[in-house]
Design a binder for this molecule. Structure first.
Ligand code: ADP
Length: 717
């Protein structure tokens, strides 16, 4: 049944699908290669930049660390120079203080000894006269050395040079450093300070103080400056004079040199320090920068991996879309999606081809779709309203409807609908699939027509088979008619003839009178009555055949089963008489009428009866009974149905024949066409009934079929 429905709606996918899918243009190999090269070069540049930036950061951090160490060292060296300078000037003051108030020799010795005790850098103090001869001297209690007086007083000695300077400058002067042996195979670098003693502007003598360079480093430089680094005095040419060293730790050396400028002499103070190298993380800053760099590189690696995954997902998605697009384009089934408001959100090419409208003309349409036939619009709208309100669930097997093409032609469609549920589980509309079933309908119509022609052929074939029976059956009434006609003619002959004529079983003796007697007239009348009866009988035979062949009324009608039997019995009897078969029928009392196509069902009955009689046409079968019954179906089974049985006592059907029994053109008889049973089953199935057979006891076969009653109990008010 056609239930036109329009309100096939759709959905969320709809939104995604609303924009018609554009097929991605296929990229050439060159374009793909260029794309890949650009992508990779960008990534390489990014990685290169990040790596070089990180390397620069680490290098700068290292440099910063180095500069820190160097700066600290410079500061320490400067501090040390200041310390030395301050201490030397204090010592100078002490030496000057030694000669304040013109001390006697004893007092001088006490003062000098005291000075030597307090200043460990002082090794020896000499009081010399103006000709630089030593008047008195004192030695350091910490380092008593043997001095060669002659060498000391020599005019070439360092002390003499310093004193010459002092005399010239009238101020203290230092000598350059010199090596002083200790007498034990060792020695150390010394330096003399010559202080001129003046009285009234006249030089009266000199004080020569001898300093040990190493003791200067040891005692005049703050210990914290020499604890972690090595301090030394060097000559401007780099010769090391005295060293105060810390243990060398580390392989990177930092050096700072500062001049110790003294009157008459210049020394260079050099400070060295060593740092562990290479040190990857020399301080917190470098470690921090490195940690951040590692984090940055890690993040970049994660990004690269993520990007690769995203690209792969994009590629998969594009493939899936292309696959889906190809699938949709190749489908012959029309697809349409609608949202909950009934708006069309998606149509596939097959649907557009089906209705003749383009996707642009269909998308967004809601109130009245352009493919609804105008005469059905009201009905479709009402149904759509019900569907959208959720009042009706579409049947799973689909329903039929009628659509209109753009050119106005109507065509039947089968619609299968399903709700569209989005990823969140929400019902967002309806997805519908459409099948154009016009071709199916045309084939059904063709099949029905050919079925009809087949049935007509089968009927004609039946009649052909019955032709001899007909001639035999018609022979009797025709012979009788002929006899009666001859008799009548004889009665009407002139009376001259006296010969008695035997006119068959109705012979009469004509008289010789000129006019027929009343008796003769009576005889002729009787003969004519018989002629008329026999002619009618022949006419009936012919009519029954004519009716059977010609009747084309297809309509189903309600009629009692007895009428169906009555219609075929004359024809059945023809064959029964010839084959000496006794025909018995029984119609159960009180049966309701059946609803059927009369012509078709009569033919079924006739075919079954004929097959049954032919099955009994066997020399060994003497008891030949054809039994046709009409009964109610057993209670509980198919109520509302009437059962017909056609039973014979014939040869029965063996299993080989049974397997092919309903195959068209299968027959075991030389003159058979093999169409009878296949046609019977088609007819009964068209009525919704069932045709089957079973072996009969003790012999023969029972064919059974069912037909619906005209007013089924379920439908009675
Ligand atoms: P046809 O009558 O032209 O042969 P049918 O389709 O009516 O074609 O029958 C097919 C075959 O089925 C018959 O040739 C016959 O062998 C077998 N058949 C049909 N009815 C009976 C029956 N009642 N008893 C035995 N065989 C039967």
């Amino acid at each position: 049944m056609n239930s036109p429905t329009p309100d096939d709606s759709t959905t969320g996918l709809g939104t995604a699908l609303a924009a018609p899918l554009q097929p991605r243009p296929r990229r050439t190999l060159l374009q793909r290669w260029r794309g890949a090269w650009r992508r990779w070069s960008l990534w390489t540049a990014l990685v290169g930049l990040v790596v070089s930036m990180l390397a620069t950061l680490v290098w700068l951090a290292g440099r910063y660390e180095e500069s820190q160490v160097q700066t600290q060292l410079e500061r320490d060296a400067a501090d040390a120079v200041v310390d030395i300078r301050v201490s030397l000037s204090r010592t100078l003051q002490n030496l000057q203080a030694l000669h304040a108030n013109d001390p006697g020799e004893l007092a001088w010795e006490v003062g000098a000894a005291d000075l030597l005790r307090n200043h460990r850098e002082l090794i020896r103090i000499e009081w010399r006269d103006t000709s630089l001869r030593v008047r008195d001297h004192q030695q350091s209690p910490y380092r008593p050395l043997a001095w060669d007086r002659r060498l000391r007083e020599s005019g070439q000695s360092d002390a003499a040079i310093a004193c010459a300077n002092a005399r010239r400058l009238s101020s203290p002067a230092y000598s350059s450093s010199y090596f002083q042996p200790h007498g034990d195979g060792l020695g150390s670098e010394m330096m003399d300070l010559c202080l001129p003693l003046t009285t009234g502007g006249k030089v009266t003598g000199f004080v020569v103080a001898t300093f040990s360079l190493r003791e200067i480093l040891l005692n005049l430089v703050a210990p914290n400056l020499t604890r972690r680094q090595e301090a030394s005095f060097i000559e401007p040419d780099g010769t090391r004079l005295a060293v105060l060293g810390a243990a060398r730790k580390g392989s990177r050396m930092f050096t700072s040199q500062h001049l110790l400028d003294m009157p008459g002499s210049t020394l260079v103070l050099r400070m060295d320090t060593w740092h562990a190298a290479p040190s990857l993380f020399p301080n917190v800053l470098t470690a921090l920068v490195t940690a951040m760099s590692i984090a940055l590189v890690t993040v970049m690696a994660v990004l690269v991996r993520d990007n690769r995954r995203r690209l792969r997902a994009e590629r998969d998605l594009a493939d899936a879309l292309a696959f889906r697009k190809a699938m949709e384009d190749s489908l012959v089934t029309g697809l349409r999606a609608r949202d909950l408001q009934g708006r069309i959100t998606y149509v596939n090419p097959a649907f557009c081809a089906m209705v003749g409208f383009s996707a642009a003309e269909l998308l967004g349409q809601s109130v009245t779709a352009p493919y609804w036939p105008p005469e059905l619009v009201d009905e479709y709208r009402a149904r759509q309203a019900v569907r959208l309100s959720g009042g009706e669930v579409p049947p799973r097997e689909g329903f039929e409807s009628v659509f209109m093409r753009k050119d106005g032609t109507r065509f039947p469609v089968l619609i299968i609908e399903a709700p569209l549920i989005n990823a969140q589980g929400q019902h967002t509309g309806w997805m519908s699939a459409f099948l154009d079933i016009s071709e199916q309908r045309r084939i059904e119509e063709l099949s029905r027509a050919s079925q009809e022609r087949l049935q007509a052929t089968a009927r004609l074939a039946t009649v052909g088979e019955m032709a001899s029976l007909l001639s035999h059956e018609l022979n009797q009434p025709l012979a009788a008619i002929s006899s009666y006609a001859t008799g009548s003619i004889n009665l009407l002959e002139p009376a001259s003839s006296t010969a008695a004529a035997d006119a068959g079983d109705t012979a009469s003796a004509p008289t010789t009178t000129a006019a027929p007697s009343a008796h003769d007239v009576e005889g002729v009348r009787m003969a004519l009555t018989q002629i008329a009866r026999q002619a009618e009988r022949a006419g009936k035979v012919i009519k029954s055949v004519h009716d059977f062949v010609r009747r084309r009324d297809q309509a189903r009608e309600s009629l009692p089963a007895q009428q169906l039997l009555d219609a075929i019995l004359p024809l059945v009897s023809l064959q029964a008489r010839k084959l000496r078969v006794r025909v018995q029928t029984h119609v159960e009392s009180g049966l309701p009428p059946v609803l059927c196509d009369r012509t078709m069902v009569e033919q079924v009955l006739l075919n079954l009866a004929r097959n049954a009689m032919q099955a009994m046409d066997h020399p060994d079968i003497h008891q030949r009974v054809l039994d046709i019954r009409v009964l109610k179906t057993a209670t509980g089974q198919r109520t509302g149905w009437i059962k017909f049985t056609v039973t014979d006592l014939g040869t029965g059907i063996d299993s080989d024949v049974a397997a092919k029994l309903f195959t068209p053109f299968y027959t075991t008889r030389s003159e058979g066409m093999g169409l009878g049973l296949s046609m019977c089953r088609t007819v009964i199935e068209q009525h919704g009934g069932f045709l089957g057979f079973a072996a009969n006891e003790p012999r023969g076969t029972v064919f059974t079929f069912t037909l619906p009653v005209a007013t089924p109990p379920a439908q009675s008010p």
